[in-house]
Ligand binder design. Structure first.
Ligand SMILES: C[S@@+](CC[C@H](N)C(=O)[O-])C[C@H]1O[C@@H](n2cnc3c(N)ncnc32)[C@H](O)[C@@H]1O
Length: 365
């Protein structure tokens, strides 16, 4: 979708999916972070107007609802720092946050919201500094219209200030795939976004590989910035435009909770949402079972590659950090694999300390 001109615009189905993901993640994030920290911050660099044409809440309002709810069960403090470039959208956002504050039954003196008109960079960092947020954990959503708008330096700064800070960035690879090969300015924008020129390899990739190539380079950029774990959620709009949501954290717990949110949105593969062209498609998606066949192949291959037995806990950790699957999917799958005689498990009952070994060769595919 081209960037809308009006103050508010219709919400696409994939935006609704993104919001469901965000809500779910923050519902897990807020209580965990509040149990370990006096102050936590939710920040956005491209906050938007806080509402869509059908009166659906925007991401800052969703975050406000979740964080206000979390404060009912915690004596600690939450800050929100929201930056939006457009004066009219910022004014709408202020109205929406005021309305959310008025209807909330939570202790609003402990939820401090700062809304600023400005550019994501450098204004977001300045506002975070003014709010006193940089020395506390932050969740920073950088949800622009998807072009290469977020400088790598901003990611580095967020990562450097607190070990528990996390980011989620929206990235639409099409712009760089299409224009950066010919235009020096667009190439420079790409360098600022990736924090270097490694991504130029995209120009040698076949068309079908370019988007995934840029996605993987961006995951590397996030790691270089300090976010050792990354996850990607893929969204495709009605016109087939591809958009990535890329999440970075240093914490395995963050990976686990974000994966749980991703699997709620995509119940079959946990990694993507496609705007339905057929109105019945969404209903169909809901009844599909999770597809764990790839995880079965991955675990068997892993057991054979390491040529050694592994504990169930080791396999759960492997699934968490090296695959798109969740640790909770491992034990039910191991039970099926044992029934199919793909693996041996000792002792008989499958628990975290049970030892698993591959038994059959040639069952990989
Ligand atoms: C995709 S929308 C944000 C939507 C919002 N996150 C949500 O889900 O409800 C992007 C917003 O960023 C604003 N914007 C564009 N460029 C910006 C910049 N450089 N700095 C700050 N805001 C910007 C636009 O005006 C628009 O409101």
């Amino acid at each position: 979708m081209p960037a809308p001109k009006d103050v508010i615009w219709p919400r696409d189905p994939h935006t609704a999916a993104k919001h469901a993901l965000l809500r779910r993640y923050l519902q897990a994030w807020a209580p965990i972070m509040l149990s370990h920290n006096e102050v936590i911050t939710y920040a956005e660099g491209f906050a938007g107007p806080g509402v869509y044409v059908g009166d659906e809440p925007g991401s800052p309002v969703i975050a406000h609802q979740v964080l206000a709810g979390a404060l009912r069960r915690s004596p600690r403090r939450v800050k929100m720092v929201l930056v939006e470039e457009s004066a009219r959208r910022k004014a709408e956002l202020e109205r929406r946050i005021a309305a959310a504050t008025n209807t909330s039954h939570s202790p609003m003196d402990r939820l401090d919201v700062r809304i600023a008109q400005g550019r994501c960079h450098p204004d977001l960092l300045q506002q975070l500094a003014l709010a006193g947020s940089l020395r506390h954990p932050m969740f920073v959503l950088l949800d622009g219209f998807g072009g290469p708008e977020v400088p790598f330096r901003l990611l580095e700064q967020v990562a450097a200030r607190h070990r528990s800070s996390e980011v989620m960035v929206t990235f639409q690879p099409a712009f760089l795939m299409r224009f950066a090969g010919k235009d020096e300015h667009h190439r420079a924008a790409g360098d600022t976004f990736f924090g270097g020129d490694d991504w130029h390899g995209v120009f040698q990739q076949p068309s079908s590989m370019k988007a995934a190539y840029l996605r993987d380079r961006y995951r590397e950029s996030l790691r270089r910035a300090g976010f050792q774990h990354t996850l990607v959620f893929e969204m495709v709009d009605e016109s087939n435009h591809l958009l990535y949501l890329i999440f970075g954290t240093r914490h395995e717990r963050g990976v686990e909770k974000m994966k749980e949110a991703m699997w709620v949105v995509d119940t079959t593969s946990g990694v993507r949402y496609r705007d339905p062209k057929d109105p019945n498609q969404q209903a169909l998606d809901l009844v599909l079972e999770p597809d764990t066949a790839p995880l079965r192949r991955i675990l068997l291959k892993h057991l054979r590659d390491v040529s050694a037995a592994r504990s169930v806990d080791q396999l759960k950790k492997y699934a968490l950090l090296e695959t798109v699957y969740r640790p909770t999917q491992v034990i039910p799958l191991l039970k099926k694999m044992r029934d199919d005689r793909d693996i041996d498990v000792s002792p008989g009952r499958i628990i975290g300390t049970s030892i698993v070994a591959a038994v059959r060769q040639g069952a990989l595919f």
